[in-house]
Design a protein around this ligand. Structure first.
Ligand code: NAP
Length: 298
C-alpha cells in the first residue's frame, strides 16, 4: 500500500452498523493493486447525523462513498441528483462529490446481472422467480427487466407489502435488452404459498433475495428440497447471500442438477462499478474477487 501522506484521498462507506461491511476489504485491495494514493474507510453514521456528515465529507473533499442500511432511501432528498435507475429502485448505494453537490446511483443492478450477462444467453424465454420483496429484490427486478427476461414473478409472505411492491413499478420505464428506449417494467406478484405450484417449470431463473439461509441460520433454505427437485435441470439458482458459500439453497439446487451463482460476484461487481465511477479507471476485478473470497473463507 502506498504510504499515507498529506495528499492521500479518501473514499468510504456509510451505514449503521457498519463494522460488518466487506467493502473496505474489496476497495483497499483494488487501491493497493493499482498503487493509488487513496484509502477506503467504514464510517458509522446515525440517521440523525446523515446530512451533517455529507456536508462535512464535501467540505474535506471526500471523493465518493458507498451507502448502506439504513441510509439507502433516506439519503435521496439530500442529493443534488440521482440516476433514473436509482430513482426506479428507490435506493442509492453509491454517491460521488461534484461541484453541484452529491450525486447518487445504484450499482446493485449492474452487480446482480454481471454473472448472468457473462453467460451470453438469450433471457427472453426465461421466467424469473424472485423470492422476497425487499430492497435487494428491487435491484433484481430492474436487472431482470434489463436482461429482457420473459416474465418476472415476485414471491412474498405479506399480501400488503406485495401489493405495494407491485404498484411501485406501475409507472416505471427502464431500458431493456440493450435498447436504450425505456420500456415499462412488468411484474407479477404471488404469495409464498403459490411457490411450489408456480415454479414447477423448466428454464427458470430462481433468485433468493431473502436472508433465509444466511449465517448463522445456515441450515435454512427458502424452498424445500422437494420443490427444488421439481424444477428442470436447465434452470439456474442464484442466491444473493454470500455467507455461507454455498448456502443450503444452492446446495439443494446443485444436487438437483441446476447451475448455481452465489452473492459474492454481485458484491464484487457492484463495488467495481462504484470504484470506476469514483476513480475513472478500470477496477482490478480479479484482485477484488480473490481478496473477498479469501477473506470469506478465512
Ligand atoms: P430486506 O429489504 O430486509 O428484504 C428481505 C426480504 O426477505 C423481505 O421481502 C422479507 O419479507 C423477506 N423475508 C425475510 N425473512 C423471510 C422469511 N423467513 N420468509 C419469507 N420471507 C422472508 O433485505 P435486502 O436488503 O433485500 O437483502 C436481502 C438479502 O440479500 C440479504 O441476505 C442480503 O445480505 C442480500 N444482499 C446481497 C447483496 C450482494 O451484493 N450479494 C446485495 C444486497 C443484498 P417481509 O418484508 O415480509 O419481512
Amino acid at each position: 500500500m502506498p504510504q499515507i501522506t498529506g495528499t492521500t484521498k479518501l473514499l468510504g462507506v456509510i451505514g449503521n452498523p457498519i463494522g460488518h461491511s466487506l467493502s473496505p476489504i474489496i476497495h483497499n485491495a483494488a487501491i493497493e493493486q493499482l498503487g493509488l494514493d487513496y484509502r477506503y474507510l467504514a464510517f458509522p453514521v446515525s440517521s440523525a447525523d446523515l446530512a451533517t456528515v455529507l456536508d462535512g465529507f464535501a467540505a474535506i473533499g471526500l471523493v465518493g462513498c458507498s451507502v448502506t442500511i439504513p441510509h439507502k432511501q433516506t439519503i435521496i432528498p439530500l442529493l443534488a441528483e440521482i440516476t433514473p435507475l436509482a430513482k426506479a429502485i428507490g435506493a442509492v448505494n453509491t454517491i460521488w462529490n461534484t461541484p453541484e453537490g452529491w450525486k447518487g446511483t445504484n450499482t446493485d443492478v449492474a452487480g446482480f446481472i454481471s454473472p448472468l450477462v457473462a453467460m451470453g444467453r438469450d433471457w427472453s424465454k426465461t421466467t424469473v422467480a424472485i423470492l422476497g420483496n425487499g430492497g435487494a429484490a428491487r435491484a433484481v427486478v430492474a436487472g431482470c427487466h434489463q436482461l429482457g427476461c420473459g416474465a418476472i414473478d415476485v414471491f412474498g409472505r405479506d399480501a400488503a407489502k406485495l401489493a405495494k411492491f407491485k404498484s411501485s413499478w406501475q409507472d416505471i420505464k427502464l431500458p431493456m435488452n440493450g435498447n436504450e428506449t425505456p420500456m415499462p417494467v412488468t411484474i407479477q406478484t404471488h404469495l409464498w404459498d403459490e411457490l411450489s405450484t408456480l415454479i414447477n417449470q423448466d428454464n427458470l431463473l430462481l433468485v433468493n433475495s431473502t436472508p433465509i439461509g444466511m449465517y448463522p441460520q445456515i441450515e435454512d433454505s427458502p424452498i424445500s428440497a422437494a420443490t427444488i427437485e421439481r424444477i428442470g435441470a436447465n434452470s439456474l439458482a442464484y442466491d444473493l447471500i454470500y455467507t455461507p458459500r454455498p448456502t443450503r439453497f444452492l446446495q439443494l439446487a446443485k444436487n438437483a442438477g441446476m447451475m448455481t451463482i452465489d452473492g459474492t460476484e454481485m458484491l464484487v461487481q457492484q463495488g467495481a462499478v462504484a470504484f470506476e465511477l469514483w476513480l475513472q479507471q478500470p477496477a482490478p476485478i480479479e484482485i477484488m474477487r480473490q481478496t473477498l473470497i479469501q477473506y470469506l473463507s478465512s
